[in-house]
Design a protein around this ligand. Structure first.
Ligand code: SAM
Length: 258
């Protein structure tokens, strides 16, 4: 799509709509999600893997989230679990964590189970985006973090956030422009190099970035920018799917701050 007329028309439209959306704060408040209670129709190998994750991380997402959401959280937890082992990385003890580009922070409970953070801050540029039910991402996030200790969701540009962190997570950041345009953002917000440099500034010495990218192309776009920002690759692996609903393999990488 990139370089096509449709791409440039959409990018121009995004610039116009973003002018309004970036100031938008209105939306229904008090989003509540009905828990599934039980997950039905699981394949035996998925049921077995979910039981393993529940035991290892002391979670039971279906008692808090609806079935689709519980499954996507198990998928992400499996990805992070596999990546920790395959990247030969040890989760730091009680880190202060920033998650960049948190969407509606539906996966905050996964980060808690995986990291046991002392503090977790999710930062989202487009946090007042409206869903069809007129709730915003912010409204969803407030529900998802309500029982998680020391957790915040901030609607702002990560480049303006300033507090130290021991670990920064970036799950599927925009490292090529096309997905950003597809997500209705203007090209002016395509700033991966600045975002990685800012992550380097906020991280304490010896801190880490854990990143997931869609496919080899996005990983190959991110890697030189991360090196230029002052990170060294600690380890990487490819997560082919398993419990996750993503069609494209995830490239997960762990970067240490030089
Ligand atoms: C592809 S989405 C990934 C969302 C989420 N991490 C996930 O895994 O589902 C990238 C997100 O980053 C957000 N984003 C982009 N630039 C940002 C910035 N400078 N500061 C904060 N969030 C940003 C976008 O609005 C979008 O929600």
């Amino acid at each position: 799509m990139q370089n096509s007329p449709a791409y440039y028309v959409k990018a121009t439209l995004n610039r116009a709509t973003w002018r309004v959306r970036r100031r938008w704060r209105w939306g229904r408040r008090g989003y509540v999600e009905r828990p599934a209670g039980v997950l039905h129709g699981l394949a035996p190998e998925d049921a077995q893997e979910i039981a393993r994750l529940c035991a290892a991380y002391e979670v039971c997402f279906e008692t808090t989230f609806d079935a689709d959401h519980a499954m996507s959280n198990y998928g992400l937890l499996q990805l992070l679990d596999v990546a920790t082992t395959q990247c030969r990385w040890q989760v730091p003890s009680q880190p202060r964590v920033i998650d960049v580009g948190s969407l509606n922070f539906s996966y905050a409970a996964v980060l808690h189970a995986w990291l046991h953070p002392q503090k977790l801050v999710g930062i989202e540029l487009d946090g007042y985006r409206l869903y069809d039910n007129l709730h915003t991402r912010h409204s969803y996030a407030q529900h998802y973090i309500r029982d998680l200790p020391a957790t915040e969701y901030c609607v702002m540009n990560f480049l303006a956030y300033n507090a130290p962190a021991d670990l920064i997570t970036m799950l599927y950041p925009f490292v090529v422009p096309e997905p950003l345009v597809h997500w209705d953002l203007p090209l002016a917000e395509f700033q991966p190099a600045q975002i990685f440099a800012h992550a380097h500034q906020l991280l304490t010495p010896g801190g880490f970035v854990v990143m997931a990218n869609f496919g080899a192309e996005e990983f190959q776009a991110a890697a030189p920018l991360m090196r230029r920002a002052g990170f060294a690759l600690h380890g990487s692996c490819v997560y082919e799917g398993g419990l996750s609903e993503h069609q494209i393999p995830s490239y997960v990488s762990v970067w240490s701050r030089l």
